[in-house]
Design a protein around this ligand. Structure first.
Ligand code: HEC
Ligand code: HEC
Ligand code: HEC
Length: 179
């Protein structure tokens, strides 16, 4: 019996494997991933991965067409687990900090609510920010160089180029909302 089973699965493998790797089904999909600069274009198993454009198409997007993950979470389109099992407690904090040292740009809103749904307090306190309102000398140059908000924004969170997502509170000295 054993020999027959082994023989059969060998046959199935022989028949299936060339189909799976042939790449004939979705040649375009493979070429999208092969051109993204992240995947190895010579890896024939790229056809097994979901096309990102298809996977992300139903998620809300921002002005530049990138996925707006915070909106996706708010609208309930996604429901990330709190941890490996999903039963881990999550410490949510709803305090909002308005940062006014923005010259003639609209003021910046920093929402703890959004951040504490993705991150632990210790991700930011105190290696990136002292937990003291106006206790950190943040400026735009440093953010663009990857410090403060720029530790994540532009890497794992939306880009610092989408100014209005942070600078969203107009004031008498700033232009009116342009977004
Ligand atoms: C991820 C959030 C974020 C984004 C996106 C962002 N900023 Fe800022 N920006 C800040 C913060 C925080 C400060 C400091 C505010 C404070 O300390 O009161 C700041 C400060 C500034 C200042 C004040 C002067 C200075 O150099 O610090 C200017 C001008 C400015 N930003 C322009 C921009 C422009 C233009 C864009 C888009 C290209 C942009 N910002 C995008 C968060 C952001
Ligand atoms: C994404 C980064 C980030 C995370 C995560 C984060 N914070 Fe903060 N927190 C900040 C920033 C930025 C400020 C404002 C600092 C400033 O104004 O210079 C701040 C300020 C504070 C302050 C002082 C101002 C106030 O609201 O009283 C406290 C307290 C604080 N955080 C507690 C927490 C706790 C508790 C958690 C976890 C539930 C947390 N933070 C998660 C970035 C973060
Ligand atoms: C430790 C990582 C981290 C740091 C540091 C950080 N953020 Fe974020 N931020 C995130 C993540 C993750 C999200 C959710 C994903 C996204 O929107 O791209 C987010 C989302 C946001 C949002 C969208 C809120 C919403 O509900 O639409 C704003 C505004 C924002 N951040 C501002 C800031 C500002 C201003 C700073 C600096 C004072 C900052 N963030 C620092 C990780 C960070």
């Amino acid at each position: 019996m054993r020999t027959i089973k082994a023989g059969l699965s060998g046959l199935i493998l022989f028949v299936l494997v060339p189909c799976a790797f042939s790449g004939d089904k979705e040649p375009e999909h493979r070429s999208i991933l092969a051109r993204d600069g992240l995947h190895d274009p010579s890896n024939r198993t790229l056809t097994l991965l979901q096309d990102p454009a298809r996977g992300l198409k139903d998620l809300p997007s921002d002005r530049r067409g990138a996925v707006d993950w915070a909106a996706a979470l708010r609208k309930g389109v996604i429901a990330p687990r709190t941890g490996i099992t999903g039963k881990e407690p999550m410490k949510r904090l709803d305090s909002v900090i308005i940062m006014t040292n923005t010259r003639n740009m609209p003021h910046v809103t920093f929402p703890h609510e959004t951040h504490s749904q993705w991150l632990e307090c210790s991700n930011c306190h105190s290696s990136i920010f002292l937990p003291v309102a106006k206790g950190n000398a943040i400026n735009m140059n440093a953010i663009l160089r990857g410090q403060f908000c720029g530790v994540c924004h532009g890497k794992v969170a939306f880009s610092p180029m989408v100014c209005e997502r942070c600078h969203d509170k107009t004031h008498p000295g700033s232009p009116k909302a342009w977004w």
